[in-house]
Design a protein. Structure first.
Length: 436
């Protein structure tokens, strides 16, 4: 079967690259992936998958950091103008752009899921002849939005895996679920799909990323650890305005509350049980130099080596924010904007990925483990699967890249796409191999 899969991927390499370039040309930021999701729905349907999307796979109450209604409406309108099916887009109203495609083999066996993220970054793509997407005509058509992290490639890889596994259906048992997730940037999207129950029945879970720790295209990392749990939230302080000269005693200063909170937040003790982080990235306040500031907003994040450590940091941060508000006699409202769990790849899944990488013959360097040292909301899926007795893992597929992730000059060697499809398809097909 390995030879069949490798040859099948080789035969469709051009199609995988075309998908990637199409997604790259029409990037969509978190919760606005209407055209991208529509394309995924159409392709999965053409392969014969059972496809669900919208509110069936996204729990609205768990969505975080959703754009304004105007942004959502304009994005959905643009998607339709760019070829998306209006009926599909309408079913994703409010930004519910998640898609799940399920392949039933008709034979009993494990339930395996693979997750692929679809969203782009709020980055302006480079427009010069040195930048290959610009030179070859597939650079972003949307100002200020770009696939600068490889999620266009991830989505294309997911469709490639879908095609290969459908072609291998007669040799498989069990069920395959392909999860196409919105809003990974800012770790906003996974929780809403988890709360919709999309992995509640999953026994084995695979995730992957192009690049990051796996630098060059001949390198493959089988299992990723070091995911930092995180919570991202905004704190809105509301005070009372007053003339700063004539009647300052009548005011309640939201700016001072926010400033006091910002300084105190960075004084939270680091946790002895592992890595902990906090950062205030934005402080906006006031309306004029002679007005007691009646409004302010802090945008901050906490992180922890484990979910428990992050919980400690979050609780301390909230205590300080509410205390700072009380000192100045103002009110404060908290809005959660993103979050992810901590996590570790299971050794059994990493071993399966190593076996697949070795049998593919595509990589000169294969490493068992790598530590991310950042956050990725794949861990929300991973935590739910592991809590229910399943196994999960996250691989990193090497790429030769033109610039770093989240850089306007980001691009990568597209041979990595077929490498990723091959390894994932080999790992899943081995797991679901029909007994003879």
């Amino acid at each position: 079967m390995n030879v069949d899969i490798k040859e099948a991927v080789k035969q469709m390499e051009g199609q995988i690259i075309d998908w990637r370039r199409d997604f790259h040309r029409y990037p969509e930021a978190a919760w606005t992936e209407f055209r991208t999701a529509d394309r995924v729905v159409k392709v999965l349907n053409s392969f014969g998958y059972d496809v669900q999307y919208g509110s069936k796979v996204v729990e609205e109450a768990a969505m975080m950091g959703v754009p304004t209604q105007d942004v959502l409406e304009n994005s959905s309108k643009r998607a339709i103008e760019e070829g998306a099916d209006s009926t599909v887009v309408e079913s994703m109203a409010g930004g519910k752009t998640g898609v799940v495609g399920t392949l039933y083999t008709g034979r009993p066996g494990p339930i395996v899921a693979l997750r692929f993220d679809m969203d782009a970054n709020d980055v302006q793509e480079k427009t010069d002849e040195k930048h290959r997407p610009w030179q070859e005509g597939f650079a972003s058509l949307h100002a200020g939005v770009m696939h600068a992290c490889g999620h266009d490639g991830h989505t294309a890889v997911g469709l490639g895996v879908a095609k290969i596994l459908k072609e291998q259906k007669a040799n498989l048992c069990g069920t395959v679920k392909l999860i196409f997730q919105p809003a990974e940037e800012g770790v906003r999207g996974a929780k809403a799909m988890v709360e919709a129950g999309v992995v509640d029945d999953v026994e084995y879970l695979f995730g992957m990323h192009l690049g990051f720790l796996a630098g060059s295209s001949d390198r493959f990392i089988c299992g990723t650890d070091g995911f930092l749990a995180t919570t991202k939230f905004d704190a809105y302080f509301s005070g009372v305005p007053a003339h700063a000269g004539a009647a300052p005693q009548e005011g309640r200063n939201a700016l001072l509350a926010a400033a006091h909170a910002a300084i105190s937040l960075h004084g939270i003790p680091r946790h002895a049980a592992g890595v902990s982080r906090i950062n205030v990235g934005v402080l906006e306040a006031g309306s004029g130099r002679n007005v007691i500031a009646d409004r302010a907003v802090l945008k901050l994040e906490t992180r922890g080596e484990t979910s428990a450590i992050n919980c400690f940091m979050q609780e301390e941060a909230l205590r300080i924010i509410h205390g700072a508000a009380a000192i100045q006699g103002v009110t404060v409202a908290i809005r959660e904007m993103g979050g992810a769990s901590g996590g570790q790849s299971d050794t059994a899944i990493a071993n399966r990925l190593r076996q697949a990488a070795e049998s593919s013959g595509l990589f000169a360097v294969i490493e068992d483990r790598g530590s991310l040292g950042a956050s990725e909301d794949f861990t929300c899926f991973l935590e739910r699967v592991q809590e229910r007795g399943g196994q999960g893992g996250y691989a990193m597929v090497g790429i030769n890249r033109a610039a770093g992730h989240h850089d306007g000059a980001f691009d990568f060697d597209e041979a990595a796409l077929s490498n990723a499809v091959t390894v994932l398809a080999l790992a899943v097909s081995d797991l679901l191999q029909k007994k003879r």
